[in-house]
Ligand binder design. Structure first.
Ligand SMILES: [Zn+2]
Length: 115
């Protein structure tokens, strides 16, 4: 399980969703990079749904839907696949650990930052 982010080969910045240019250095030499885990920084409970910001070594900061019992500071597995049941989980991913899962919807095409 993993999520694909962009890695700037010029400054080392990591971004999600994909960008056309690096927001830090303006470089265009961006390569896909697979990230498997992150650390939960904040949690928001919306009924039965738990949304978290997940820091990935230390960037990017991803917004993900959590599955499993998670607290701030926990390490979670990242995935961009919802799984066959619509809920990611160890049963949907052979070989996965028992860690909670953070689902990050895949990003579309790179978008230009307007700011
Ligand atoms: Zn850069």
């Amino acid at each position: 399980m993993s999520v694909i982010v962009q890695n700037c080969r010029t400054c080392g910045g990591q971004w999600f969703p994909a960008r056309l240019l690096c927001p830090r250095c303006g470089g265009a030499d961006l390569a896909p990079k697979s990230i498997e885990r992150g650390v939960v920084e904040q949690l928001t409970h919306l009924g039965d749904v738990v949304i978290a910001s997940v820091a990935c070594d230390p960037e990017p900061l991803l917004v993900a839907r959590l599955h499993g019992s998670v607290e701030v500071g926990d390490v979670v597995e990242l995935t961009d696949r919802p799984g066959t049941s619509g809920r990611p989980g160890p049963s949907d991913h052979p070989g996965a650990s028992d860690r909670p899962v953070a689902f990050v919807p895949p990003s579309g095409r790179p978008r230009e930052e307007l700011s």
